[in-house]
Design a protein around this ligand. Structure first.
Ligand SMILES: *Cc1c(COP(=O)(O)O)cnc(C)c1O
Length: 462
C-alpha cells in the first residue's frame, strides 16, 4: 500500500514511513493511494466476530504486509485488551432506532484511546525492527496527552514528553497523565498557557537539532494510523446492527475531523452508510462550511465540550482531497486562500459532500439541556461532547427508519463539571480509576522557555 499527499507535491510513502512521518513535506496529509474494498460477503462474514478480529481484517490491507499477519494480530489483540469491556466499543440502545457507541472504556475514558493504544504499539514495532529510538513530543490542554501517554507507557523504543500548562488543566486530567510513573514518560508543566506549550512543540519539530539525529514523532490526529484504527468501530457497530443487509447512519461529535473522516473511509471501503452527521459545539467551522459554504476561521470559544474547541479542522483536508477529485493543486490553492481570508468551496465539491454529510451545531446552554433530557428519556448520563452528537442525531437525521449511531466519545466522569452544571450531583470515576486522586504523581515544572524545555528533553531521553 502506498500513501500520497493531499497537496500532490510530496513523495508517496509506504505504511511504515507514513506512520513515522506524520505531516507530508508539502504541508499536506497522507491518504491511501487506493481504498481497499470490503465486499458484501466480507461484511456478512464478520457478524459475531470479536472486535480484535474485525480490527485485524479491516486494517490489514492498509498495513499492506509491512507487518507480518501474526505479529499484527498480536499487536491488535494487546491494544484492545487494555479496554475494560469485552466488546471494546459496545453499543447501547437509546430508543427504537437510536444507539450509543460507547468509546470510553479505554484507559483514559475517551475515544482517543482506540487509536493511541494501537499507534504506540505500531511505532514501537517499527522502531525495534529498525534498531532505532524515537522521541514523542506533544502539547495538551488535557485530553490527548493522557491517551498518548497511556499508548506509549509500555513502548521500549519510545520516550514521550507531554507539555501541559501548569495549573490550567483539571485535576482529573492532570492526574491521568502525571500518575503514569513509567520511566519513558515525562510530564512537563509549563509556566504559561496552552498556546505557549503548543508553540514550543511546533518549534521543536521545525528544528530538531537539539536531539542530535534522534527522530521526533508526532502522534497528533493527522497521523494516518490513528485514522486507520478508527475505521474499525464504524464497521464493527454497523455489522452489529445488521450491515451489510441494512444501512446505518452515524452522528459524530467533531473537532479535527479525524473521527468522522475514519467513518468516511469505512464508507469508501463499502460499508453501507446512509448519512454522517457532523456535530460541533460553537466552534462550528465544519457546520458553517457544510450548511452555509462559509469556510472561514472564527475566534476560538471555550465551551463545555473542551475537546472540541478548535479553530481549524485539520483532517477536513483529507475529505476535501476526495471532494476535489484528488486534485492536490486545487486543495493546496483552496487552503492557501483559507489561511489568508474567508473563502468558500467550489459548487461541485460542496454538492458532493452534502450527499453524504449533514451537520448541526450545539451551544453550551443546549448541551446542558440535552444532558438532562437524555437522562430523563433513557437513564443515560451523557458527557458534554456526546451530548452534541445526541442532539445532532435527532435534528439532522434524514429519515427515522435508518438506525443512527451516536458516538459517545467520552465518559461523563471525565467532564464532571458540565454534568454538575446540568444539575446532577457528580459522576463517580469507574472502578479501575477510583483511586486516581490518591495516586503518586510525577512531573517537572519548567518556565515557558524553548531552550529550557529542549534541554530537559535532550537530557532525559534514554
Ligand atoms: C478529540 C475528541 C473529539 C473530537 O474528535 P476529532 O477526531 O478531533 O473530530 C470529540 N470528543 C472527545 C471527547 C474528544 O476527545
Amino acid at each position: 500500500m502506498r500513501y500520497i499527499s493531499t497537496r500532490g507535491q510530496a513523495p508517496a510513502l509506504s505504511f511504515e514511513d507514513v506512520v513515522l512521518t506524520g505531516m507530508a513535506s508539502d504541508g499536506g496529509l497522507y491518504v491511501p493511494e487506493t481504498i481497499p474494498q470490503l465486499s458484501h460477503d466480507d461484511l456478512a462474514a464478520m457478524a459475531g466476530f470479536s472486535y480484535a478480529e474485525i480490527a485485524f481484517q479491516v486494517m490489514q490491507p492498509f498495513v499492506g504486509g509491512e507487518i507480518d499477519d501474526d505479529t499484527f494480530r498480536e499487536i491488535v489483540r494487546e491494544a484492545y485488551a487494555t479496554f475494560n469491556h469485552d466488546a471494546v466499543v459496545p453499543l447501547k440502545q437509546l430508543d427504537a432506532n437510536h444507539f450509543l457507541l460507547e468509546q470510553f472504556h479505554g484507559p483514559t475514558l475517551a475515544f482517543k484511546d482506540v487509536a493511541l493504544q494501537l499507534l504506540g504499539r505500531i511505532l514501537d514495532h517499527f522502531l525495534k525492527k529498525r534498531g532505532e529510538r524515537a522521541v514523542i513530543m506533544g502539547a495538551t490542554s488535557g485530553d490527548t496527552g493522557s491517551a498518548a501517554i497511556e499508548g506509549c507507557r509500555h513502548c521500549d523504543n519510545l520516550d514521550i514528553f507531554i507539555l501541559h500548562p501548569h495549573n490550567r488543566v483539571s485535576e482529573v486530567q492532570r492526574r491521568q497523565m502525571t500518575s503514569v510513573l513509567a520511566n519513558n514518560v515525562f510530564n512537563v508543566a509549563i509556566e504559561g498557557n496552552f498556546d505557549d506549550a503548543q508553540a514550543m512543540v511546533k518549534a521543536s519539530f521545525a528544528d530538531q537539532g537539539f536531539l542530535n539525529g534522534t527522530r521526533l514523532v508526532a502522534v497528533n490526529s493527522i497521523n494516518w494510523a490513528r485514522i486507520m484504527a478508527q475505521i474499525v468501530y464504524y464497521v464493527a457497530s454497523a455489522v452489529a446492527l445488521g450491515a451489510p443487509h441494512r444501512q446505518v447512519s452515524f452522528s459524530v461529535p467533531s473537532a479535527n475531523f479525524g473521527n468522522v473522516f475514519a467513518g468516511y473511509m469505512a464508507h469508501q471501503m463499502g460499508l453501507p452508510v446512509k448519512q454522517f452527521i457532523i456535530a460541533t459545539n460553537t466552534n462550528d467551522i465544519l457546520h458553517r462550511t457544510l450548511a452555509a459554504n462559509d469556510f472561514s476561521k472564527k475566534e476560538l470559544a471555550a465551551t463545555l465540550a473542551p475537546s472540541m474547541d478548535i479553530v481549524v479542522s485539520s483532517n477536513f483536508e483529507r475529505l476535501l482531497f476526495d471532494a476535489y477529485g484528488r486534485d492536490g493543486k486545487a486543495v493546496a490553492d483552496l487552503l492557501e486562500r483559507f489561511q489568508k481570508e474567508p473563502t468558500a468551496l467550489a459548487d461541485a465539491p460542496l454538492a458532493k459532500l452534502r450527499e453524504l454529510f449533514s451537520s448541526h451545531s450545539v451551544n453550551d446552554t443546549t448541551i446542558l439541556e440535552v444532558i438532562r433530557e437524555a437522562h430523563h428519556r433513557t437513564g443515560e448520563l451523557l458527557d458534554p461532547h456526546t451530548a452534541t452528537g445526541y442532539r445532532a442525531a435527532e435534528r439532522a437525521r434524514a429519515d427515522q427508519s435508518t438506525p443512527v449511531i451516536t458516538l459517545a466519545t467520552a465518559h461523563p466522569a471525565k467532564f464532571a463539571e458540565a454534568v454538575v452544571k446540568a444539575g446532577f450531583p457528580g459522576v463517580p470515576l469507574p472502578p479501575h480509576m477510583e483511586d486516581l486522586l490518591e495516586r503518586e504523581e510525577r512531573y517537572t515544572v519548567l518556565p515557558a522557555d524553548l531552550a529550557a524545555v529542549q534541554r530537559f528533553v535532550a537530557e532525559n531521553r534514554r
